[in-house]
Every structure is written in structure tokens, then in C-alpha cells.
Design a protein around this ligand. Structure first.
Ligand SMILES: [Zn+2]
Length: 449
């Protein structure tokens, strides 16, 4: 392992520890956009996402007689009856002036921007330049998701990508997403449903995040739970190929159920050493998964089979929440959990019922900078939903306070059900959890069906 790689590995470890600590301290909110990393399932199914393609350049080293890398990946998947999720870019050829950084560093393909499949070879990659590869992927039943049109960062990212140029706010981010969405719709009549931000940078100038951009697009946030190591440069190509499947083999021996519902992160392009170990590693990975009874499906199919992270699809709560989701209710937290045992607060109830229909109001509220209630800042994730809940009378504010963190009382719940669903809930508990609420609301709505 080279020093550079070792350094990256250590930095990554430290970063993950740091992120875990932040995660433990950051409150999580209900959100119309759910970050999909892994779903709860008892089936041996998983998904693979391939970032940064399509790529017309051959694998490197080329063991496939000049075949485009994307085609090599598609054919390998199809040999195993697997469906890939190709997280494509539109076109990076406008990302100049720029210069290539040091070989083997994070800026290998550009200092100010990314260039796929390589610096000054932008015309060999992206949906715009490789329509034949997109057509081929769709013909193979693979999914296309949006890795953005230009792969320009959504916002500033210190440390590794501190010198990168980034988009200047929410509008440019949404415009960029719309460009790729439009290209797929116009060229193939294909509706994109999922997206992953370039380098997972979420913060957008003006107090927004990728979740706001995806809410406006109607997308879900596609993340991953297992690293297929296709980006990782090592001392030799052989070592790189081994890194794509060896850890997987070890884990499967220890726990054959490990990959249930997981999303494996892969690369449709070159690593920092300009090699593509995934071209030879993918078959090994698929053989291992097949031997252990796994089926590799698209991320959308994974979500169709099981939408949430912490509830099995056929459990009472999971099934009720799925139906409410289908009715446009905002049932899940940002990390795609339902957290059924959490006590329902006034803020959460407002968000559950009105969160999905107040996306634009929320953005206007943040831009206005005016607090809607004395105890809710304009940036509070539930502020716009609380305004609508108050206006409709489903959940009234008092003396200018909404009290978003107060548990919902039986009296408040009764009024809410009458206003929002036009029915009375019968005997109601003094406090109610999210899980109990899903069952109650689903039963009441079912009674009206
Ligand atoms: Zn990328």
C-alpha cells in the first residue's frame, strides 16, 4: 500500500469517526427526501451503484479488446442476471479552464472541477456524448440515476476538495439537475427518480442542502452502505482487483446475510491511478453474491420491495407507513428510518401531514428570513408545515408559539384527525408514538376507502 493511499485510508477512518460523532449529536427530522443507504429486508437482495459514467474509453488495463468500460460492466452484470444502477453525469466538457492535478491524488482528473472519464477526454463520457451507451444500459434493464449534469460540487467542501469550484446556490443546483433530468426525458422518455451529489457534498449556499434540491426535483437521495473499492489506487492492478472482492468474501463467510438490503458503491470510470479494477473485479463480486444466494437488483426495485431502513415491508407498521407514503404523507426521517417508538410531537405531526406539500413554501420562508412563530426559526425544517397546520386549524399555535417539540395530546390529536381526515379517532391515548399514529391514520383512511 502506497503512502498516499495509506494517508487517504487513515484520513477516511478519522473522518468517519468524526461523522459518527456529529451524527449522534445532530437531530434528525422527518423529510420528503430520504437518504437511502440500506433497507430492511429478509431477502438476499442488494443493489450496486456505478458512479461517474457512462464511459466510452476502454477498461484500463484493457483486457476486453477495446470495449467501452460501461459496456464491459453491463455485460458482466447481465451474465449473472444482475441489474446495475448507473449514476451518470451529463457532460463535463464545459468545466474549463482547469488543469489536471497530481497523478494518484484526488485532483487527478482536474483541480477546479472533475472531468469524466479523464482530463481533456470529456467527450468520451457523459450521457450527452455517449447516447449509445445509455440506450444499451436501458435495454439491459439497468437503472439510470442522476449524478448531476456537470458533476460540479453543490457547495464548498473543505479539506480534500477545498480548491474545487462549486455551484453558487440552490437555483444553479436545481438547474443543473433539471438539465440531466430533461436530457433523459427528452432522449429516452426516462424519468429519473434518484440522485447522489458529487462527492456527497450536501451544503448549498444560502442555508440550503441537497435535500432541498432533491425535494424540488421529487428525487430521493441515493447513498451507499458498502464500498466496492473501485476508486481506490493501490500498489498494483492485481491488488486493486483483489480489494474489490476480497473483503466481500471475508464478510460473506462470517455472515452470509450481511448484504441484505445493502447498496454497494462502485465506479464506472478510472481510479486515481487511472486504472479500472472493477472491470475485472465485478465478475468476482457477482460470483460471490450469486454463490450466497443473492440477487442484485436496481435501487428502485430495492425500494419497491422495502422502502424503509428500520421496518420490514410486511410488518404492521412498515405496511401502514408505506400506504401513508403513497398518499403523500411525510412518514420517514431524513435517514430513511421510521423510528416507530418515538413520541409524536406537534412539529412532527404537522410535518407528517403537510411536509410534502409545503416544499416551496419552506424555501420561500428560509429566503424571507422571517420566523413564522416566536419559537420556530424560518430555517426550522417543520416551519412551513407548521404554518399550514395552523392555517387549516389542524394544529393551532397559541400566543404566537407553535411548540414544535411538545408531545401531541389526545385533545390535539382528535382535532387534527377531524380537520385532516374528517374522522374522529375514538378513544385516543394520552401520548402517541409514530408507529401507533401510522396504524391509527392508516386504519382511519382505510375506513374511508
Ligand atoms: Zn462522482
Amino acid at each position: 500500500m502506497s503512502l498516499v493511499t495509506k494517508g487517504i485510508g487513515l484520513a477516511k477512518k478519522a473522518k468517519h469517526r468524526f461523522q459518527d460523532q456529529i451524527r449522534a449529536r445532530t437531530p434528525v427530522y422527518l423529510s420528503p427526501v430520504r437518504r437511502i443507504e440500506q433497507v430492511a429486508t429478509e431477502e438476499r437482495i442488494c443493489a450496486m451503484t456505478f458512479d461517474d459514467g457512462p464511459c466510452r474509453l476502454p477498461a484500463s488495463p484493457d483486457h476486453f479488446r477495446g470495449k467501452p468500460l460501461t459496456l464491459v460492466l453491463a455485460e458482466t452484470l447481465e451474465r449473472y442476471g444482475a441489474k446495475g444502477t448507473f449514476d451518470v453525469v451529463g457532460d463535463t466538457s464545459r468545466n474549463y479552464p482547469d488543469r489536471a492535478g497530481k497523478h494518484g491524488s484526488a485532483s487527478w482528473g482536474g483541480v477546479s472541477y472533475d472531468h469524466y472519464p479523464d482530463f481533456r477526454k470529456d467527450d468520451q463520457g457523459g450521457v450527452v456524448h455517449c447516447p449509445e451507451l445509455v440506450t444499451r444500459l436501458l435495454a439491459g434493464g439497468h437503472e439510470i440515476t442522476s449524478h448531476t449534469y456537470s458533476h460540479i460540487l453543490f457547495g464548498w467542501k473543505p479539506l480534500v476538495y477545498g480548491r474545487r469550484k462549486y455551484l453558487s446556490g440552490l437555483d444553479p443546483v436545481v438547474q443543473d439537475l433539471k438539465k440531466l433530468h430533461g436530457a433523459m426525458e427528452k432522449g429516452w422518455g426516462y424519468p429519473i427518480r434518484l440522485s447522489r451529489p458529487p462527492h456527497y457534498v450536501d451544503g448549498i449556499k444560502g442555508g440550503f442542502s441537497s435535500y432541498d434540491a432533491y425535494a424540488l426535483m421529487g428525487y430521493q437521495y441515493m447513498a451507499a452502505s458498502f464500498d466496492g473499492a473501485g476508486w481506490l489506487p493501490l500498489a498494483s492492478y492485481e491488488a486493486e482487483v483483489e480489494a474489490t472482492w476480497k473483503p466481500m468474501e471475508k464478510i460473506l463467510l462470517e455472515n452470509p446475510d450481511f448484504f441484505r438490503g445493502q447498496i454497494i458503491f462502485q465506479k464506472d470510470g478510472y481510479n486515481m491511478a487511472r486504472r479500472s479494477p472493477i472491470a475485472d473485479g465485478l465478475g468476482k463480486q457477482l460470483q460471490l453474491l450469486t454463490d450466497h444466494g443473492y440477487k442484485v437488483v436496481t435501487v428502485s426495485e430495492l425500494l419497491d420491495r422495502s422502502p424503509f431502513r428500520d421496518a420490514l415491508p410486511h410488518s404492521d407498521v412498515g405496511a401502514a407507513a408505506r400506504r401513508l407514503l403513497g398518499h403523500g404523507w411525510c412518514v420517514a426521517f431524513q435517514d430513511n428510518t421510521l423510528r416507530p417508538d418515538t413520541v409524536l410531537t406537534r412539529g412532527a405531526l404537522a410535518m407528517l401531514a403537510y411536509g410534502c406539500e409545503t416544499i416551496r413554501q419552506r424555501i420561500r420562508l428560509v429566503r424571507s428570513g422571517k420566523a413564522p412563530f416566536r419559537d420556530m426559526a424560518p430555517r426550522h425544517p417543520y416551519a412551513a408545515a407548521a404554518v399550514l397546520a395552523d392555517e387549516t386549524g389542524a394544529l393551532k399555535a397559541e400566543n404566537g408559539n407553535f411548540r414544535p417539540d411538545a408531545p401531541v395530546t389526545a385533545e390535539e390529536l382528535r382535532r387534527f384527525l377531524e380537520v385532516r381526515l374528517g374522522r374522529s379517532g375514538g378513544d385516543l391515548p394520552r401520548q402517541i408514538t409514530h408507529g401507533q399514529f401510522f396504524l391509527l391514520a392508516d386504519a382511519l383512511m382505510g375506513a374511508g376507502r
